[in-house]
Design a protein around this ligand. Structure first.
Ligand code: MTE
Length: 300
């Protein structure tokens, strides 16, 4: 398989307590699942303390299940994730309902170990499994006039207690510019730590855009629409002054209510020093070109 991306983090950055097998076992285990691992040029970030399975799965944002960090892990088991299908529509050649089974049989799963930086200024390093969003969009056939991609999360109030509260205008919606969506770093994740995604992390399929604040990485996606207009997005609709459409990680552009210059690494301990945040969350080399000539303070 062509290597379109080079990992700069190793599993040592990502976590693995004993429960998370060792790398060789993962690769062996995944070979059976048709999973290829991206290798090469691994250079660990200095000073990163590993995250654990428990941290990644118990400290979550998934407001459909409540606004507390522990609410998603307590409530997300209520969500039925099988059967699951994704409606792909708008400016595509083959619009329709794609079952999870059809999607998985057409995609090659890979492992991606990414920094994950929440707009609330905490961060983790997470080993995802998934496939490039570009491959899914190409399967549906992106038409000439498409410029943006819009995403929607499942809205099923009977299984999502948090949706009884109008914290945001449900369903949770997100969007990307087409070039961002087609970028090789942008993936649809189906697993973490070599296991299927837990519901609280966005099962069975969630977006991961590692150079943007975490709220862009929409969970439990049921709809993808190719469009020629910038789509409305949940946090931008809720508060446009605080949350822009782009929401690229940028330590030089503060949130109106707090600094984005540094972040708290989850799992670093009570007295751990905050670490400086990186431009585009450390993916500047790969993605800065897409924003050349743009005023990033204005298009935040
Ligand atoms: N997707 C949906 N549908 N609902 C949400 O509340 N929260 C976002 C994002 N995706 C959210 C969502 C935010 S603010 C963050 S930081 C990440 O999910 C958290 O992902 P994690 O819980 O897997 O770390």
């Amino acid at each position: 398989m062509a290597h379109r991306w080079t990992n700069d983090l190793t599993l040592a950055d990502a976590t693995p307590e004993a429960a998370f097998m060792n790398r060789r076992q993962i690769m062996a285990g995944m070979a059976g699942m048709g999973l290829a691992t991206m290798a090469g040029g691994a250079q660990a970030d200095e000073g990163l303390t590993p995250n654990t399975w428990d941290e990644v799965t118990s400290y979550c944002n998934f407001y459909e299940f409540g606004t507390g960090k522990g609410d998603p892990s307590a409530n997300a088991h209520l969500m039925t994730t099988s059967p699951w299908s994704v409606e792909i529509d708008g400016l595509v050649d083959k619009p329709g309902s794609y079952s999870m089974k059809d999607i998985l049989s057409a995609m090659t799963l890979e492992e991606r170990i990414y920094r994950f930086r929440c707009v609330e200024a905490w961060s983790m390093v997470i080993p995802w499994q998934g496939f490039e969003l570009a491959d899914l969009l190409n399967m549906a056939g992106v038409q000439e006039g498409a410029k943006y991609v819009a995403f929607e999360t499942l809205l099923r109030p009977s299984e999502m207690p948090g949706t009884a509260y109008r914290v945001i205008d449900w369903p949770y919606r997100e969007g990307l510019r087409l070039d961002e969506a087609m970028h090789p770093l942008t993936i649809m994740a189906t697993g973490i730590f070599g296991k299927p995604l837990p519901n609280q992390n966005g099962a069975p399929l969630r977006l991961v855009v590692p150079w943007k604040y975490g709220f862009k990485s929409i969970k439990s996606v049921v709809k993808i629409t190719l469009t020629d207009k910038e789509p409305p997005t949940s946090w931008n609709m809720a508060n446009a002054r605080e949350y822009g459409f782009y929401s690229n990680v940028n330590p030089q552009v503060d949130h109106p209510r707090w600094s984005q210059a540094s972040e708290k690494r989850i799992g670093g301990g009570l007295f751990a020093k905050r670490q400086p945040s990186l431009m585009f969350n450390g993916y500047e080399e790969e993605v800065a070109g897409m924003y050349e000539g743009m005023n990033l303070a204005k298009h935040f």
